[in-house]
Design a protein around this ligand. Structure first.
Ligand code: IMP
Length: 428
């Protein structure tokens, strides 16, 4: 089975937990885009751990984990993550693969991320400040540095010198101190040496795994609406968060996919700037934030909260051709007497689809809501979908009906065993 797991909203759908769930039986877990702007929190026998770069499959000691070429890597963050995991896990040097094609987030990328955001003032993107945009910008404009570049130190030196010259011109124009070549060289080379044992070509292991019909999980980061092409540009991230990006980002053709699983939170959140049609500003939004613990795993920023937006989820379902869906954090809605679900938008009194909007018009649409009855009770002891209160089942069934995609799992709490399997029969 080859499954890609993607977020169908603006990230933070609870993918970490679902990926961890699927990885218990996986032979390979693969990241294919993004960087340490992602934060996947996993709660298991090792405690509560937030991973930013290493796939959650690392916790399954039989699973090989791959950071594919589409990922941009901050070496300091990766080294720290490896060190944290080494304290709790048996040696995983044979199981962790980092593609030599991965682009490196350099110190100037982080600095420029901050400088651009500050200069943009109110129009800022609200990035995670991890240097993601500037690193991808360098990648596509042929000014990037890949791990492969470090092997020949003479070549690396001359490339870094040339690039740092370019970057320092911009940095100085912003009135900042230029970065020192010697220090940048030494630090980055030091980091490379620490990561070198894990930097191995991943193409053949993945090709062999496909032939041997191994169980492979691709771990999407961020969410569909942060996708650089199909998201709410320019309030988006720099990488492509759609399922098909496994191809460019890991070298595996989408032809091999057996499952394209969308993870949808039972309500909507977003961090950073940009339009958010179902955003709630009053007590209801505050309640969602508090009950759902909606603070960024990467930056700690409070997330903006709102009702479930099925116009968005349906678009994500269609664009990615989802085979199934996972609903997360259903329990966060336990105490709401009524629950609203957005089933479309109007703009100036006329119905309008997400795909017809840009960030500006999406900021002006009015959501059309369907009001549903809440279930008003705790769900934590429930272990079978059929035992959920009728209103909770109706909520899940409605999502499935609206999107046309079968829901296969529902998560009702942070623990691994709080995942309920859903059969097609359950959805009738
Ligand atoms: P960047 O990816 O750090 O450049 O940030 C661009 C936008 O994507 C900002 O609105 C971020 O808040 C958002 N973003 C990036 N990664 C994540 C994520 O993993 N979850 C939620 N939002 C994210």
């Amino acid at each position: 089975m080859i499954r890609v797991i993607i977020g169908t909203q603006w990230g933070d759908e609870g993918k970490g937990k679902i990926v961890d769930f699927f990885c218990q039986k996986a032979d390979f877990a693969v990241r294919f885009h993004g960087g340490n702007n992602a934060g996947h929190t996993v709660i298991n026998q090792y405690g509560k751990i937030s991973l930013h770069l290493i796939p959650a499959g690392i916790f399954n000691t039989k699973c090989k984990v791959i950071i594919g070429n589409g990922v941009v890597i901050d070496p300091e963050v990766l080294v720290a993550e490896i060190e944290t995991l080494r304290k709790v896990l048996p040696d995983f040097s044979e199981r962790l693969f980092i593609s030599p094609r991965c682009h490196v987030i350099m110190p100037y990328h982080k600095l420029l991320d901050r400088l651009y955001e500050e200069a943009k003032g109110n129009a800022k993107t609200g990035t995670t400040g991890r240097g993601i945009g500037p690193a991808y910008a360098d990648k596509v404009s042929y000014n990037g540095i890949r791990f492969a570049d470090f092997y020949d130190s003479r070549l690396y030196k001359s490339r870094l010198e040339m690039l740092l010259n370019l970057k320092n011109k911009t940095i100085e124009a912003f009135g900042e101190k230029p970065l020192d070549f010697g220090e940048t060289y030494r630090t980055s080379m030091g980091m490379f040496r620490k990561l070198k044992p894990y930097i191995k070509e991943v193409f053949q292991p993945l090709q062999d795994a496909i032939k041997e019909k191994k169980n492979i999980i691709f771990e999407g980061a961020q969410g569909m609406f942060l996708d650089n092409d199909w998201g709410t540009y320019p309030f988006c991230t720099a990488s492509s968060a759609v399922a098909g990006n496994i191809h460019a980002g890991s070298g595996v053709s989408p032809r091999w996919l057996t499952n394209i699983t969308g993870v949808t939170k039972a309500y909507t959140t977003r961090v950073g700037g940009g339009p958010f049609p179902t955003e709630l500003f009053g007590a209801v939004g505050e309640n969602l934030r508090k009950i759902g613990g909606e603070y960024g795993a990467t930056t700690g920023r409070p997330r903006r909260c709102g009702w479930l937006d099925l116009e968005l989820v349906k678009f994500a379902a269609d664009l990615n051709a989802l085979t199934d869906m996972v609903i997360t954090k259903l329990d966060v809605l336990n105490s709401f007497k009524t629950i609203k679900v957005c089933i479309g938008y109007t703009l100036n009194g006329r119905k309008v689809r997400y795909v017809e909007c840009d960030a500006n018009t999406l900021g002006k649409v009015k959501p059309i809501y369907k009001v549903m009855k809440g279930w008003n009770q705790a769900l934590d002891r429930i272990r079978r979908f059929t035992d959920l209160p009728r209103e909770a089942k109706d909520y899940v069934k409605y999502i499935s009906l609206f999107t046309g995609i079968p829901v296969s799992l529902v998560s009702i709490g942070a623990e691994r065993n709080q995942v309920l399997k859903v059969s097609r029969k359950d959805l009738l």
